[in-house]
Write a protein that binds this ligand. Structure first.
Ligand code: TXA
Ligand code: MG
Length: 353
């Protein structure tokens, strides 16, 4: 199959050509086909959420285990009632505060959501993304678009249309290119079906932001732990995700000590004939002698690292690096989400100095 790529920018968005491309993409989804599209978090691989065949096609295109449920994307609050068995008060509060935006809520599902979409679970994950192209596409597709991140299973989530083309070109009908994803990490997931609201995946809507709206929230223990072996409640969080081809090790500790340790590790890697990479920050990037040094931005602004992380991991793959050392990022706020993804990419290899 040939994959059509169509670019939508702020300049062409209101032209007939762009509008008809979105309309056409909506028809593809309604007809059971697959379209990748931009969101503010990462690119999504969309299919009709109410069509079991579409869910099967999504799993096949990604090479993803079918017990890993999909997020249903909507574009209007009023559409939630048809797919959720009930809408708890907490969901209304969170919707008011954070939708459209990078927050996914787990609710009890209604009859019309097929088990293929929810991986057999009695609950459904729902999100209203904050991206004009995504919202227009969801509307054109009839209101319910199931979309996991648009990467092959096991690769970092795509933050550029180019990443989607690399992974899924030839396997899906169409890609809408909306430029770089502005946040760069997947949405925060909060489960509202348990006794207490529980964060299953950290993201740019932070624990502090959720607590401001709901009072106390629980954090799934698997989320922050740097040990492996704790089974997370979001089925997808148990898979080895986001992994680069190289061996990645995170180095944590005091400023100064981290840079010195990475320096030693680089020397050893060099002696052993490895191609080395480093994930550094503005203040430290110039200090390292590695085959490839990537700057993830300001050390005290985790948002910059969030935006850059997956792109950097993919670049290392292309460059054929075989060991990567990354500075740890400060926890708290978005830093929790960055460290969660970085540790997963590292297979939980962390050295504290
Ligand atoms: O930002 C995002 O959320 C992106 C964009 C495209 O919206 N989507 C995304 O989807 O990250 P995906 O499929 O890569 O991750 C969805 C996660 C998985 O870990 C899955 O197990 C979990 O959500 N999930 C989905 N439905 C669930 C449910 N009913 N209960 C618990 N976890 C669920
Ligand atoms: Mg994913």
């Amino acid at each position: 199959m040939e994959t059509e790529l169509f670019e939508i920018t702020d300049e062409n968005r209101d032209t007939g050509e762009a509008m008809s491309a979105i309309e056409r993409a909506g028809q593809v989804l309604k007809g059971g086909g697959l379209v990748a599209f931009p969101t503010e978090t990462v690119y999504g691989l969309g299919g009709d959420a109410l069509n079991p065949m579409s869910a099967r096609k999504i799993y096949a295109a990604k090479g993803r285990p079918s017990d890993n449920p999909l997020i249903v994307h909507i574009c209007r609050w009023e559409d939630l009632g048809a797919i959720a068995a009930d809408i708890p008060e907490d969901a209304e509060k969170l919707g008011q505060a954070f939708w459209p935006g990078p927050l996914t809520m787990i609710l009890r599902k209604s009859e019309i959501v097929p088990k293929e979409t929810t991986g057999g679970l009695p609950t459904v994950a729902v999100r209203m993304p904050n991206d004009r192209t995504a919202l227009a596409l969801i509307g054109a597709a009839g209101g319910y678009v199931a979309a996991p991140s648009a990467n092959l299973s096991g690769r970092p989530s795509p933050t550029l249309a180019k990443h989607v083309m690399e992974d899924l070109g030839g396997r899906i009908e169409m890609i809408l290119d909306g430029g770089p994803s502005c946040l760069g990490l997947e949405s925060t997931i909060i489960d509202l079906t348990d006794e207490r609201p529980t964060v299953l995946r950290p993201g740019c809507i932070t624990g502090e932001m959720l607590e401001e709206v709901l009072g106390e929230v629980e954090i799934d223990r698997a989320v922050l732990s740097d040990e492996s072996g704790i089974t997370p409640k979001a089925p997808g969080m148990k898979y080895r995700h986001y992994a680069p081809k190289a061996k990645l090790v995170v180095i944590a500790g005091e400023e100064g000590a981290v840079e010195r340790r990475i320096g030693e590790l680089l020397e050893a890697a060099h002696r052993e004939g490895h191609r080395s990479g480093v994930i550094a920050t503005n203040a430290t990037a110039a200090l390292y002698h590695a085959d490839s040094v990537k700057n993830a931005g300001n050390r005290t602004n985790a948002g910059e690292a969030a935006q850059a992380l997956y792109r950097i991991l993919r670049e290392f793959d292309e460059e054929g690096v075989d060991v990567i050392y990354s500075e740890a990022f400060a926890e708290g706020g978005i830093g929790n989400a960055v460290m969660n993804r970085l540790l997963k990419a590292a297979g939980h290899r962390i050295e504290k100095v």
